[in-house]
Design a protein. Sequence first.
Length: 394
Amino acid sequence: MSTYDWIVVGAGITGSALSYELAKKGFKVLLLDPNPLSDSATRYSYGGLAYWSGTTELTRTLCEEGRQRHLILSEELGINTELRELDLILPFNSPDDREILTQKYRYFATPPKFITIQEACELEPLLNPNAISGAFTVRHGQISPEHLNTGYIQGFKRWGGTLILDQVLQINPIGNQAVNVTTRLGQYQAEKIAICAGGFSRQLLKNAGISIPIYFTHTEILETPPVDLKLRTIVMSAAMERFQLEAKATQRDLERLWEKPGHELTPFILDKSAAQLLDGRIRMGQPSRALSDVNAAVNLLESETLIRQEIAKILPALANLPTTCYHCLVAFSSDSLPLMGAIANFDKIHIFSGFSNPLVFIPPLAQRFADFITGKSDPIITQLSPSRSMKSIR
């Protein structure tokens, strides 16, 4: 049986970044994922970098650290992450929403500013002026999530890391000494393991007899092939319905339902949004469903119809473009902060999941985590320990 210092489960942006930082520290690391560059939230991301969205000292610190990290990642990883800055447009429907949103946004480090319909359409000519009552805007970063993920994996390998394309079936702690991992192809052992499996993290830990408050939505997007049509901005719903869904779905009285398949914890939402990558592909979405079963069936044809109907209202030129509909799981926590660190009573099993602003937070937190486990004290890592959420559900 092959043995390692660390096994990291999941090679999306979370697992690839963490594996890279651990390998840089000299650890012998195995990264396991059956499809590291497909079928994940990373693969279908808009690539957005919301540096402006910090609301506390902790999140503002991480936003700034994330911004600084992205400025050097292309050079460090030897790949063009396609980092750029553009306008984020947040349209709203009702005139009454303006003051509500102004109050809501004032807590952000850089509050989005109100703009008129005309100003919004000058920034984004594809907007339908008859479908909005105004908008807010703020400067927003963007990268290619696939390029960043690939860069981390390539960098991980250069530092001596091992990537095996394999699916983890079972995690078995051996007392408090090590962890055995059973996969489709064999077995591996490590002193410690990090679960970076996104929306699958809860189920994977449950199979090991560990209950942890990490949650997930079933989410769909439409993706076009590269097109000549140019979207100048990223467009997202001003109401940020996704965060409302997360708050409702993680109420304490619903926790027991997350343990049983077949439940919809709260009505689904559709966050009207669209973003274009530098290669010309446009991603549009996105419905999110808080279903308690990771294997719940989702009707992709129905999702595609819903997305097209909603996009037709605000960005009609996009509504009839040729697309493919994709589905993935998106992980989240009960307080919009990630769960990071050893799980209580299982010191060898660590979680690294539940990021609400992942492409900004993950690069600096992966660095901090690697420093932390090699002996550097870090109040931020301590604050993000999963023990905080475990207490809230007892």
